[in-house]
Design a protein around this ligand. Structure first.
Ligand code: ATP
Ligand code: MG
Length: 437
């Protein structure tokens, strides 16, 4: 048992001792039944928010109006929420009111049957009001109650359905599927941050390629990522891309990543986003300049989805650079060393490996680079500085903006292995940058 589970069980025990009902609830019960480690443990209880606050020494009311308290434990914060039902939704986001209720009503407000299970930690019994266990056993995503109504209340559930179907490899039940298609367009009213978090969850989790295809099949993709939907049907030269069009290739690349960060997953999702608008039919199909065009598009998409500046920069850089890796074996040594020491190069390499595996599968260049890196002495890509600005002044150079260029050229020579000591550096300077005075 991990520490969070132990802590959650301790909280349940304390709630029970005070006369309340307390169950493990939602995602953690689902994941336990599936034999996977839950991300976090949530508790549902009959105790009211003020009773929860009185019972535990450290609590924070996160959604006190919704009856949600965070109890701070040694194993981190655990969400303890009062059983409730949601009132009417008018904005497709959140209920106007809630009412405290019994466990059955609490199960009924949850999104999918597999997410509506409770576990009684005292008896280990699973409490299932909605047929969630059977759907879990059969691999089915089904809304609790009327699908159209449930999607209409909270449009984010449209994306959650896809995320769970992809992550678990489940089928979407027929009625749920019909409503999902019908309501797909209403996803545009959901905030960019909530959409982004769901997309990140999909593309960093298991079966991201399936998530991409499902988003498309259910009509969500053209609303949340129209630039990615535009990759569909964009044909590629079969000698390089036997797998199919740009969209099919992208899904395979996502599937070839291993535990990517959000930025790497989006870098992969968008690496060829510049292809639809740059396609030309020359000697063969070509996509001249697609990394640069794609990088501009990625910048706009990352901004629209409100990624942090750091994440946006990384996504844009990955898209801009993804074709550059193939040139590494032919690069001049200084240029190559500067690239491999760039922060994020590991992710660039991971993207390019996935890019290869999502098409012909020829990983010989990547193998060359890995060997090169393995043989590169630790300091070789970032050798100690031999001369700095003050030394240039001592040597009689007039301070100015050209110092930067001189020092960069000097470092290039060092990276090329032409110079290795201070005296060599100063001789090199005298030869290549004779003092004007
Ligand atoms: P994950 O492993 O991705 O965290 P989860 O099922 O735990 O999956 P959370 O977003 O942490 O998902 O939500 C916890 C529980 O709250 C869900 O299992 C579900 O019962 C309920 N829930 C979450 N979001 C919604 C929603 N938009 N509509 C209805 N119920 C929801
Ligand atoms: Mg969760």
């Amino acid at each position: 048992m991990d520490r969070q589970e132990a802590a959650a069980r301790t909280l349940c025990k304390a709630l029970r001792a005070a006369g309340h009902t307390a169950y493990l609830a939602g995602g953690c019960v689902r994941d336990r039944l599936l034999g996977v480690r839950p991300k976090d443990y949530d508790i549902a209880t009959s105790a009211m928010p003020d009773e929860i606050a009185n019972l535990f020494s450290r609590t924070v009311g996160v959604g006190a109006a919704f009856g949600v308290m965070l109890v701070i434990t040694d194993a981190g914060p655990i969400e303890v929420a009062t059983f409730r039902t949601d009132g009417a939704y008018s904005d497709g986001r959140r209920p106007e009111s809630i009412a405290f209720a019994d466990p059955e009503a609490d199960a009924s407000r949850r999104d999918f049957t597999i997410n509506a299970l409770f576990l009684d930690p005292e008896t280990e019994a699973i409490i299932d009001y909605v047929g969630g266990r059977e759907d879990l056993a059969r691999g089915i995503i089904r809304t609790v109650g009327d699908a159209a109504a449930r999607f209409g209340e909270d449009h984010l559930r449209l994306l959650r359905a896809i995320r769970f179907a992809a992550r678990l490899g489940y089928e979407i039940e027929a009625g749920t599927a019909i409503a999902l298609r019908e309501k797909a367009a209403s996803i545009v009213t959901t905030s960019a941050e909530r959409i982004r978090d769901e997309l990140v969850g999909m593309f960093t989790g298991p079966r991201p390629g399936r998530a991409l295809h499902l988003l498309d099949e259910y009509g969500l993709l053209r609303h949340v990522l129209p630039e990615v939907a535009a990759m569909k049907g964009v044909e590629q030269p079969p000698e390089y891309h036997p797998e199919g069009d740009v969209f099919i290739h992208t899904a395979l690349v996502l599937d070839a990543l291993y535990q990517p960060s959000a930025a790497l997953a989006f870098g992969a999702l968008l690496h060829d986003v510049g292809k639809p608008s740059t396609i030309t039919y020359e000697d063969r199909i070509r996509f001249n300049g697609h990394p640069e065009v794609g990088a501009d598009m990625a910048r706009r998409i990352a901004r629209r989805l409100k990624f942090s500046n750091d994440e946006s920069d990384r996504i844009v850089w990955l898209v801009a650079m993804h074709m550059r890796v193939a040139c590494i074996p032919d690069m001049r040594e200084a240029k190559r060393k500067r690239l491999v020491r760039t922060e994020g190069f590991d992710e660039l390499l991971a993207l390019c490996l996935a890019d290869c595996r999502g098409s012909l599968g020829d990983v010989s260049t990547i193998a060359w680079i890995l060997e090169y890196l393995a043989e590169l002495p630790l300091e070789a890509a970032r050798p100690p500085r031999l001369v700095n600005g003050s030394r240039l002044i001592e040597l009689g150079y007039a301070p100015g903006p050209e110092f930067k260029a001189i020092l960069a050229a000097l470092e290039d020579a060092q990276l090329e292995g032409e110079i290795a000591s201070v005296s060599e550096a100063e001789r090199w300077l005298a030869a290549h940058y004779p003092r004007s005075a």
